[in-house]
Design a binder for this molecule. Structure first.
Ligand SMILES: Cc1cc2nc3c(=O)[nH]c(=O)nc-3n(C[C@H](O)[C@H](O)[C@H](O)COP(=O)(O)OP(=O)(O)OC[C@H]3O[C@@H](n4cnc5c(N)ncnc54)[C@H](O)[C@@H]3O)c2cc1C
Length: 426
């Protein structure tokens, strides 16, 4: 019987891993690869702010797991992981319910020889009162769709009244910054598509950050350039501002100031899913599974990677929770799982920071690129940065489809732009 490799989580890391293993091991019958996800389709998470504002139609950009599995020699199971029996090497999946709450499939279990966990992360509210009740998050496609619906309704109401659209975003990391810019672009677009009385003078976007500057993990030059661009668009940036509560009216700061808004978004910090703390494996304070340099947890048959793991970067910190980290880890892990089957020694994961790019919608992009020379770092801005930002998504597509199909998708996208509206309007 071939080795059963079970991957739970088909996101930025899990899906490229299943694709690679399917092609290299599944196709030759060297392993039986199964990927599980709680959704039926994959939308690349770094694009969720674009789904939220309608800049992209997630239906058009989604990868259907079943169709993708068939083409890439792995199996797909729809389901949400609820438990791992490490002694029996078996996982449990929650029952699947219909939209009306009827049971479609009862609780199921799947056996494994090697388990890989890549179930990502979600927003960390740090226990701030009112956040769960009043804020929108951008952790899943469903949440991004919910923002989209509420945003469109708010814009429609503002078009027929003198109301101002007030949106407050907590967290000026890449997600918050990109969302703030994308909202401005969406309002420009909506005006183009029939909301004649809507324009940026009716829009008030607050971006709130506890650190002294926006984009705290990135270079100061990137933060400065992004800050200038955001203010030029009209975004009200509050740095050094700690939020102590969210209410139905807005955010309350530690100084007692109320930042009033109709739409509240929480985009500050990440936390891995709670389930990881129930497996009897070592986790850190944000629920990430602590892994060795080989991406192995404290159980030799369980690997973890991407946002849900804490992996040392070799410089005293952990590898940052980013799509580029998950992609790089998927390549190392695929190689290591092949080595494991071939009884060869595992290779350590070495994180290479390729730089960071922040998209300010179609207005511009800013970022830095890391050169091959140690420490070399180039600031990029404008058209070049925008092209590089877009190429990150194309690289992800190429990992899933190969370059010929990616180029066909690129062409299909160009044709779509000729016949479809430039944003999702419903
Ligand atoms: C709006 C936004 C913008 C971002 N922009 C960037 C960027 O520009 N550059 C960058 O490098 N990073 C960016 N990131 C971060 C990046 O998206 C993540 O670091 C990356 O997606 C992590 O990959 P992953 O595979 O670990 O998890 P994910 O891509 O989140 O995938 C996790 C998968 O696991 C599934 N899952 C979760 N729980 C379960 C369960 N219990 N059972 C079964 N399946 C489960 C989910 O459905 C999902 O498909 C952004 C994030 C957000 C939210």
């Amino acid at each position: 019987m071939s080795v059963r490799i079970l991957i739970v989580g088909g996101g930025a890391g899990g899906l490229p891993l299943a694709t690679r293993l399917g092609k290299r091991l599944g196709k030759k019958g060297l392993a039986d690869i199964t990927m599980v996800d709680s959704g039926s389709v994959h939308v690349w998470k770094p694009r969720f702010h674009e789904v939220a504002t309608g800049a992209i139609d997630s239906d058009l950009d989604a990868v259907d797991y079943r169709a993708h599995a068939r083409l890439n020699h792995y199996s797909f199971e729809l389901g949400t992981l609820t438990a791992v029996d490490r002694a029996e090497k078996r996982i449990t999946l929650a029952p699947i319910l219909s939209s009306s709450g009827d049971t479609v499939l009862p609780e199921r279990s799947l056996d494994y020889d090697i388990l890989v966990l890549s179930i990502g992360s979600h927003g960390n509210d740090f226990g701030t009162p009112g956040v769960r009740e009043h804020c929108l998050f951008l952790d899943s496609r469903e949440q991004a769709d919910r923002f989209h619906e509420r945003f469109l309704n708010t814009c429609m109401a503002a078009n027929y009244s003198s109301a101002v659209i007030e949106i407050a975003i907590v967290g000026a990391g890449a997600t918050g910054v990109e969302l703030a810019a994308e909202i401005h672009h969406a309002v420009d677009m909506l005006k183009l598509y029939g909301h004649q009385h809507l324009d940026r003078s009716k829009l008030r976007v607050h971006l709130i950050e506890a650190s002294p500057r926006i984009l705290p993990p990135l270079n100061e030059s990137i933060a400065k350039a992004a800050h200038t661009q955001l203010e030029a668009m009209g975004v009200i940036v509050h740095t050094g501002t700690m939020v102590k509560e969210a209410t139905a009216e807005g955010f309350v700061t530690s100084e007692g100031e109320v930042i009033a808004a109709e739409l509240l978004v929480w985009a500050a910090g990440i936390k891995a899913p709670e389930i990881l703390t129930t497996l009897g494996l070592e986790t850190n304070r944000v629920n990430q599974l602590v892994v060795s340099q080989e991406l192995r947890t404290t159980d030799p048959y369980i690997f973890a990677f991407g946002d849900c793991c804490a992996c040392p970067d070799g410089h005293g910190k952990n590898v940052p929770p980013r799509a580029q980290s998950a992609q790089q880890m998927a390549i190392t892990l695929a190689r290591n799982l092949e080595h494991l089957i071939g009884m060869k020694p595992l290779q350590p994961f070495v994180y290479r920071d390729r730089g960071s790019l922040v998209s300010l919608s179609s207005f511009t992009s800013v970022g830095n690129l890391m050169g091959n020379l140690r420490g070399s770092n180039f600031f990029v801005e404008g058209w070049l940065a925008r092209m590089m930002y877009i190429s990150l998504y194309r690289l992800h597509q190429a990992a899933l489809y190969g370059w010929p199909r990616t180029l066909m998708l690129l062409l299909a996208g160009r044709f779509n732009r000729l016949v479809r509206p430039r944003m999702k309007l419903h």
